[in-house]
Design a protein around this ligand. Structure first.
Ligand code: ATP
Ligand code: MG
Length: 387
């Protein structure tokens, strides 16, 4: 049942609107002035608000921004007296959903309310959806080193700057890349991922830049490359430290000139993806050893994000443990297990060379093998501590 707050200084109007709406299966609350209404809104949510414009003390125009400040997503429908259209239009400009002229026409009221509620539902749906997506790539942790990373993501994401993410195996580089994309203005466009280590060097060029039909034996069809596919979105070059020198030279050109040529093609194609790269290699050493081009490094690392290892942020272990227990139990469809403080302390003593990935695996094992409440004994029995 949808709820409506009615704000009007005239008792007869409050009463009749309330009766009509109750009859139409709305729940209602009333307020005789804006001050009372704002108080009510402090601890109650409504699906819509009906607000009179002409009221003594605080009128509707003055009240509207205050209502919206408290409840930005709640549609407010203004009730305007006859000949008060200019004010009603002003209210719309201030963010009112719509206005209805007095005396209130029943049909018009019900239709306007229905429209308003449809809009609310849409907003809520969009929000739920957004939450779902970002939950998958949520970065858990409140430790100082991790907060620094989150701050950086928030600052860098809305810009077009290229980002190089470094960090040990399983430390969360991919997660950082996804977050940057999600928090950027390109988040409606694709996030295109290339694992540079997994693609044989003969194929990487066609993978990145595409190819024309017949350009090599197995090129039966023309195919777009990742640079083109990501042109409106984000191109994530994962494991860039493993890319061959010849591919590096081509990527460098694409980044410098914002254009590519498909393999076997002769025309230049303009591309402008936002590029994020990641590696677990020490790039400076790679440069010294002449395995990585220094000029490419400078192109890629406008912003450098160094993801800390789990050993550097053991303060996050309790939060991470709870997060993964919840996640794993949900995935397995088993009741959620608990973990006691002695177990958390024990987990903090472990040397997590495989970082968060290893940590999650251990939690999974503890959920399968441990007691309903995971204790220190479980940790000693089922982790590398016991060796
Ligand atoms: N801060 C975090 N909060 C929650 N989950 C995390 C966090 N960091 C990493 N993870 C999870 O740990 C796993 C490994 O993370 P990810 O794949 O991003 O690591 P990576 O640095 O790219 O590793 P690799 O170098 O091996 O490719 C993923 O399942 C990821 O969701
Ligand atoms: Mg990775």
């Amino acid at each position: 049942m949808a709820s409506v707050l009615i704000i009007d200084d005239e008792q007869s109007i409050r009463r009749s609107l309330s009766e009509i709406l109750s009859y139409e299966k709305y729940t209602t609350a009333t307020a005789e002035n804006a001050v009372v209404a704002l108080k009510i809104l402090e601890d109650k949510d409504f699906d819509a608000v009906l607000c009179d414009i002409k009221m003594p003390e605080m009128d509707g125009i003055e009240a509207l921004p205050k209502i919206l400040e408290k409840k930005p997503d709640t549609p407010v429908i203004m009730l305007s007296g006859h000949g008060n259209i200019d004010t009603a239009v002003e209210a719309i400009k201030l963010g009112a959903f719509d206005f209805i002229e007095k005396p209130v026409d029943l049909n018009r009221l019900l239709i306007t309310l229905k429209n308003a509620l449809d809009k609310t539902n849409l907003i809520t749906e969009a929000k739920v959806l957004k939450k779902k997506v970002s939950k998958k790539y949520q970065i858990i942790g409140e430790s100082a080193p991790l907060k620094k990373i989150k701050d950086m993501i928030d600052k860098v994401a809305p810009t077009e700057a290229r980002v190089l993410i470094t960090g040990a195996n399983g430390s969360g580089k991919e997660l950082v890349a996804h977050q940057i994309h999600e928090k950027s203005t390109r988040n409606k466009a694709p996030f295109v991922e290339v694992n540079c280590a997994a693609i044989p060097s003969e194929l990487i060029e066609s993978e990145l830049f595409g190819h024309e039909k017949g350009s090599f034996t197995s090129a039966h069809k023309q195919r777009k490359g990742k640079f083109e596919l990501a042109s409106e979105g984000t191109l994530f070059l994962d494991e860039i430290g493993d890319m061959s020198l010849s591919a590096q030279a081509k990527v460098l050109r694409a980044l410098q000139e914002n254009k590519i040529t498909r393999v076997g093609g002769d025309k230049d194609i303009k591309v402008h993806p936002r590029v994020i790269a990641a590696t677990n290699k020490n790039i400076e050493e790679e440069i010294k050893a002449k395995r990585f081009r220094e000029d490419l490094y400078h192109r890629l690392s406008v912003i450098l994000i160094q993801v800390p290892s789990l050993n550097e942020r053991k303060d996050d272990i309790p939060l991470l443990a709870k997060h993964f227990i919840e996640q794993v139990c949900l995935e397995m469809g088993v009741p959620e297990k608990k973990i006691d403080d002695s177990a958390l302390k024990e987990l903090q003593k472990i040397d997590w060379t495989g970082n968060i990935r290893e940590f999650r695996n251990v939690i999974e094992r503890l959920i399968i093998l441990g007691q309903q409440t995971i204790t220190k004994e479980d940790i000693l029995a089922f982790t590398k501590h016991s060796k």
